[in-house]
Design a protein around this ligand. Structure first.
Ligand SMILES: NC(=O)c1ccc[n+]([C@@H]2O[C@H](COP(=O)([O-])OP(=O)(O)OC[C@H]3O[C@@H](n4cnc5c(N)ncnc54)[C@H](O)[C@@H]3O)[C@@H](O)[C@H]2O)c1
Length: 356
């Protein structure tokens, strides 16, 4: 990669999960000189302190008004770690100025917003990627690598589980605002992993959502989902934000890949292959996890800079993310109607509605 000039960025949303961007994901890239802070923006001025303290932006370059930041800052790209609702407007302003965009998931709060964002990015010809971070965690990458290697033969089915316990703040903050809060803010990661493991886009999805007994939330916190992939792989997924006990919380999810010559199980960050098992006599193979210096958001930020410097397009480019979000919002439609949804028809119907 020839270009060694620092990429100047405007960071929108420096509190909440954005505080993790300030503290964990960006400082090393700033210190190494690959990234240079041009502006930090948060509608809550108290949250701007995170950017000042953690990656050292000059307080004079902190703003509470996105339009003012766009007008004043000299930048090459934006990082969006706001909630999804303001995303469309922020993408429009960035794209008008030719800035590339790295955005948190979900891409937007509705499928209509997603396709409008997609149209804006296509017309402007800028690069955009979504940080589908959990697909790029060490344990998930290790399972994906094993399945893709073909060592276990053809993949037939995937079973996934994310179940967290009530009382944790993570999933609850938006329950008053988002009806399918688990699907939109949690399961989107797991849909993305189902696509990556099966190496296919979704053909159809059927989803049911609810709240467990005794849990009174306005948004649905539990789900069972069945997905059929275009290449014939079948997927079954269970998700919960508010069970009594956590079985497989964040970064400790369960995925089982049923392959021709082995059952690969990822469970609480341990990867095992089982074969046989008649009378409980399995042939058990424990596999080490892959190693590399960075994972998840920090690695995705590096990939984004590599892409800007002429490297390969990111796996989670907006084009790829449209398939992930089509599966997500088709699942939301299925949960609402009680009917299975044809995902590619659902996506086409929305794409045709993109304004010129
Ligand atoms: N990848 C992951 O694992 C992961 C984990 C948690 C959250 N997230 C995602 O990160 C995003 C943010 O989530 P959150 O829980 O931090 O949300 P949040 O509501 O706490 O908001 C984050 C920050 O954005 C600011 N903000 C809101 N609107 C803004 C605007 N128009 N301009 C500038 N700043 C604005 C808020 O003041 C806050 O400081 C969501 O899309 C969420 O799904 C991802």
């Amino acid at each position: 990669m020839a270009n060694t000039t620092a990429h100047r960025f405007i960071h929108f949303g420096t509190g909440g999960w954005g505080a993790e961007w300030c503290r964990e994901f960006l400082p090393r890239l700033v210190r190494s000189g690959r990234l240079q802070p041009a502006a930090a923006v948060d509608i809550n001025p108290d949250h701007l302190r995170n950017a000042v303290e953690d990656y050292g932006i000059d307080p004079d370059h902190c703003y509470t008004d996105p339009a003012e930041a766009f007008a004043r800052a000299e930048a090459d790209l934006v990082i969006l770690s706001t909630p999804p609702e303001p995303r469309e407007e922020l993408v429009r302003m960035a794209a008008e100025r030719g800035l590339d965009i790295l955005s948190e998931k979900p891409l937007a709060a509705t499928m209509d917003d997603c396709v409008r964002i997609y149209g804006t990015v296509q017309r402007a010809g800028v690069k955009m990627a979504v940080t589908m971070s959990h697909r790029f965690d060490q344990d998930e990458q290790s399972l994906q690598h094993l399945v893709k290697s073909g060592r276990l033969g053809k993949l037939g089915a995937v079973v996934g589980r994310f179940t967290d316990s009530r009382g944790r703040a993570g999933g609850y903050r938006r329950v008053g605002r988002v009806k399918e809060v688990l699907l939109i803010h949690g399961s989107v990661h797991h849909f993305d992993i189902l696509r990556a493991l099966s190496q296919s886009n979704a053909a159809r999805v059927y989803a049911r959502t609810w709240n467990p007994p005794g849990v009174e939330l306005s948004g649905n916190s539990s789900t069972f989902v069945i997905v059929e992939m275009e290449n014939g792989v079948r997927c079954q997924y269970e998700g919960a934000f508010a069970n009594a006990a956590t079985l497989n919380g964040w970064e400790h999810e369960y995925f089982r890949a049923e392959c021709e010559e082995g059952t690969a199980i990822l469970n609480n960050r341990q990867l095992t292959v089982l074969r046989g098992g008649h009378k409980r006599k399995w042939e058990v193979e424990r596999l080490p996890l892959l190693q590399r210096p960075t994972w998840m958001n920090e690695w995705l930020a590096e990939q984004f800079l590599d892409w800007r410097e002429g490297g390969p397009a990111m796996e989670t480019s907006i084009e790829d993310s449209m398939q992930c979000h089509a599966l997500l919002y088709a699942a939301v439609e299925s949960a609402e109607t009680g009917q299975p949804v044809e995902v590619q028809t659902f996506l086409q119907r929305h794409l045709e509605a993109i304004p010129e």
